[in-house]
Design a protein around this ligand. Structure first.
Ligand SMILES: [Zn+2]
Length: 265
């Protein structure tokens, strides 16, 4: 099910930030702090193991962001049988929901790798949307498709080809000019890997806000743009960016490691 998006009022550009989380605590915290400083909404796709290993940080993030699941242990689902896929998907969702104490609605497959069994399971289990589909096309049944924009950070390539992080985010920036809605994958294990990378993410967010780009939670975007009726199940303290939101100067987006460990979050 993929509604046709109506033209944006006044050429408004939309960005949905999707964070796939299977990195370390420090990397996850860096991206969280940058978003906290920028007060911008995002959807975090947590691996079940992350929710079990760092429940305090996942809960803290869930206060401000929409949370979804990303399987239990981050396998390539295409290599698993229907039964094992089912176990990964259900167990992953359960772990996230047990941690944050509210239902989730969306799913993203690890490495964007899925097959027809994945789609069948997501439909059977009542998921509302899937944000995986990048390489393959399927009949998605009742699922709303949130197709990721083809570009992602490509962090592993930066050093190899000598690309500076900010240059990579300039590509993000170009995409947000070309496309009406950009669903941008942001990986804490990439964009939060070093302070320099996190600073590049912050630069991109500031720039997009200055240009009046509107940031969305997927739920709100589905309701407003596609007219999907969804009951309220959002974060307790949502960030609602209509563009030009104020950065919280009292939140240090990139504290040193020592300061980050003692400060909360
Ligand atoms: Zn992943």
């Amino acid at each position: 099910m993929n509604g046709v998006e109506p033209p944006p009022p006044g050429g408004q550009r939309h960005v949905i930030l999707c964070c796939d989380c299977e990195g370390t605590r420090e990397q996850l915290r860096r991206v969280h702090r940058v978003l906290l400083h920028a007060q911008l909404p995002a959807n975090f796709f947590f691996v079940g193991q992350t929710a079990e290993e760092m429940p305090d940080l996942v809960r803290e993030i869930s206060r401000h962001h929409q949370c979804e699941s990303h399987t239990y242990s981050h396998p390539n689902l295409r290599r698993l049988s229907y039964t094992r896929q089912r176990d990964e998907i259900i167990r992953g969702r359960q772990a996230v929901e047990d941690c944050i104490g509210r239902p989730t609605r969306g799913f993203r497959a690890p490495m964007h790798c899925m097959n027809r069994d994945t789609v069948r399971i997501l439909n059977e289990e009542g998921f509302v949307f899937d944000a995986s589909r990048l390489y393959f096309r399927y009949n998605m049944g009742n699922l709303q498709e949130i197709d990721p924009t083809w570009f992602r950070e490509w962090m592993p390539l930066y050093e190899w080809i000598g690309l500076k992080p900010r240059t990579a985010f300039r590509l993000f920036r170009l995409l947000t000019r070309l496309r009406r809605t950009c669903v941008l994958p942001v990986h804490p294990q990439y964009s939060g890997k070093t302070p320099e990378l996190a600073r590049a993410l912050l630069w991109f967010l500031r720039d997009a806000q200055r240009r009046g780009v509107r940031f969305w939670y997927i739920d709100d975007w589905l309701k407003a743009v596609r007219g999907v009726p969804l009951p309220e199940s959002g974060p307790e303290e949502p960030f609602l960016s209509k563009g030009g939101a104020v950065f919280r100067e009292d939140v240090d987006p990139l504290p040193t490691s020592a300061a980050a460990r003692t400060a909360s979050p």
